[in-house]
Write a protein that binds this ligand. Structure first.
Ligand SMILES: *Cc1c(COP(=O)(O)O)cnc(C)c1O
Length: 240
């Protein structure tokens, strides 16, 4: 069953790429496996998926210990500075960097572990009070500051678009993200690459792809509904 759901997402990904004149291989599907048991992750892994997204440090670490070593783990949730040390040597990418303070901590721990960490700058593109992320007008400054830190590689931008009934409503925000990424490229900042735009979830990933997403983060469409009584949600108030 998971196999069919995954296949359906992959087909929709390809359709959106076709609409946009893009190659499906240019879009990474991150399977968002938060709250789901490792048996389900393994099923998806067996179908060839290697990118998994988790939003809680402890859950990521637990799954990291038991799942195959070639998985690329993406921390997609809000990260508290005191938890950075548990994951710098385990994650492939940290998606939610939205302050210099957090970046400095990641840098410190990366240097300590003699590693380099890929990060994305999280942008609160719709300026929602409930969401983390820098406003777009503050993004360039943060990128410039973070780029100077050792042990960190800025790979691009990430956003969580508003929850909407009609995904078309988010197209404007995805367009803004793409434009912001182009603007930053034009600044030619040392040690900054903007290859990655992480945007699009179950409800709106096709629109996100049409507007330039290179990473989509899809949970529900692959794994089914989550049990919200045990989940930390993605909003500020209820975040970890
Ligand atoms: C949970 C989560 C997702 C996946 O959401 P779905 O709607 O289940 O696809 C994507 N991004 C972030 C940051 C999340 O926390």
């Amino acid at each position: 069953m998971l196999k069919d759901q995954l296949l359906s997402v992959q087909e929709h990904l390809a359709m959106a790429c076709q609409t946009a004149g893009r190659k499906p291989s240019d879009v990474t599907l991150i399977a968002v496996s938060k709250t789901k048991p490792v048996e389900m992750l393994q099923e998806i892994y067996d179908e060839g998926i290697r990118d998994f997204g988790e939003n809680k440090v402890q859950e990521l670490v637990e799954k990291y210990e038991v799942m195959p070593q070639d998985i690329r783990w993406h921390l997609i949730g809000h990260l508290q500075t005191n938890k950075v040390k548990y994951i710098v040597d385990k994650v492939y990418m940290i998606h939610g960097v939205d302050s210099f303070k957090l970046a400095k901590e990641i840098s410190k721990e990366a240097v300590k572990h003699q590693t380099e960490v890929n990060i994305l700058i999280q942008v609160n593109i719709a300026k929602e009070a409930s969401k983390f992320g820098v406003y777009e007008e503050d993004a360039v400054q943060l990128v410039e500051d973070v780029a100077k830190l050792p042990g960190i590689r800025i790979k691009g931008l990430m956003t969580i678009a508003p929850y909407v009934e009609n995904a078309e409503e988010n197209r404007q925000f995805f367009k803004k993200m793409k434009q912001l990424s182009v603007d930053i490229i034009h600044k030619n900042i040392d040690n900054v690459c903007m290859d990655c735009i992480s945007m699009g979830m179950t409800g709106d990933y096709m629109i996100a792809i049409e507007e330039g997403a290179t990473c989509i983060r899809v949970g529900t469409a692959i794994f089914g509904e989550r049990n919200y009584s045990v989940e930390n949600t993605i909003t500020k108030q209820q975040g970890e």
